[in-house]
Each structure stands twice: as structure tokens, then as C-alpha cells.
Design a protein around this ligand. Sequence first.
Ligand code: ZN
Length: 236
Amino acid sequence: MESTDTALVLFSGGQDSTTCLAWALQRFAQVETLGFDYGQRHEVELHQRPVILKRMADAFPAWAAKMGADHLLPLDVLKTIGGTALTDVMKIEMGANGLPTTFVPGRNVLFLTVAAALGYRRGIRDLVGGMCETDFSGYPDCRNDTIRAVEGAISLGMDAHYRIHTPLMFIDKAATWRMAEELGGSKFIEIILEDTVSCYEGDRSRWNEWGYGCGSCPACDLRANGYQGYRAGRDA
Ligand code: ZN
């Protein structure tokens, strides 16, 4: 049977998807989570997923009551195809195509398609993802146009009415921090700071005011700048 009160959140263990998880927990009666092992070099994010889930459940009993199954699916086909700085030992730089070498072709299209397939089996039609076209690295599969097209394709292809929710699509990183604070206050900010992984190098050894990370990859840059913008707005 189809459920309209259950959502499936694409949950990687990063800042954005963790914020989206809280967003879904405030809106839906039941929330399941899905992560992918695609051979990412920063696989430390996979180890952080259960840590984050447990901390969120411990800190927010109302959320714990809504948290359903957590799924982890293998998608190592992306590593087999390779050729990206997220799956191979490769320099992070601008490619000739005008995109950074961290762009994994087809990743979000594949993730959403697999999420829809899992949702199909579990009667879930509401998918939630942290894609954002505002200040991301120009990944074409994060654009709202792409997401809306995928929504149409999976709805047609599975003959079911899917809705893909992307609460971060039009906001910047500072606003993502603010959204996290609105959702769960300083307790939730603390969890995001200490346990989510943004760093492309998966560095969990270096502590910064905005969390763990190498401090020099593009993902750390975005996270640091966003955090500073958020703090500046808060202190103003
Ligand atoms: Zn980094």
C-alpha cells in the first residue's frame, strides 16, 4: 500500500543530508534512510551514518519515535566506471568540461532511481535529497531541472506518483546551517559539527571551528565559508 506519511531520505552522513533528515522528521510521521556504498574514497562518511542516527535519536525522542529502517546499498558500479576524484586517486581540479574532477557522472540520477525502486517495494513515494543548485560546484545533476526531470521519469517508469523533496535547492550553505538550527537548535548544530562529513578527503583527524576536515578541499571550503556566514549573521 502507498504511504503519504512516510519519507525515504537519501542520507550520506554529510551536512546537507543530515539537515534534510531533520527536515523530514519534522514533516513526516515515519522516516526511513538510505545510503550508498559507491566506492567513495571518503568512505568514513559511511561509518558516521549510524553514529549520527544514534545521536539524533538520543537527543530528540520525538525524532527517535519516527525513525524507521536504515538501508545501505552497494553501488560500486560508479567506482568500476571510475575516472573521478571521489572514486580514484586523482587531483581535485577543473576538468576540460568545465566541471571539477569530483563530478561523478550520473550519480544523483542513479541514486534517485535506486531510491525510487526501494521506495516502490516499501510503499514510499516521498523521496528527500540534499541537492542544491545555489552554491554547489556546478554539478548538473544537482540542478532543479534535473531533479524535476528525474521525478517525472521515475513516476512514469514505475507508474506511481513520486515526489522528490529538495529543501536545500535554493538556499546557500549559511542558510543550511540556519535551517539546522531552526530544526533542532544548538543540540543539532553540535551533532552536525562533530559527526557529519563534508571533506572529500574524509579527514576526521583535523578539528576546525566548523567541524572535522582537511580544510583545503572544495567541500571543506564550502562548509567553512557557510559556517562563517552563519556565525556572522548570528553574532550581528
Ligand atoms: Zn577537505
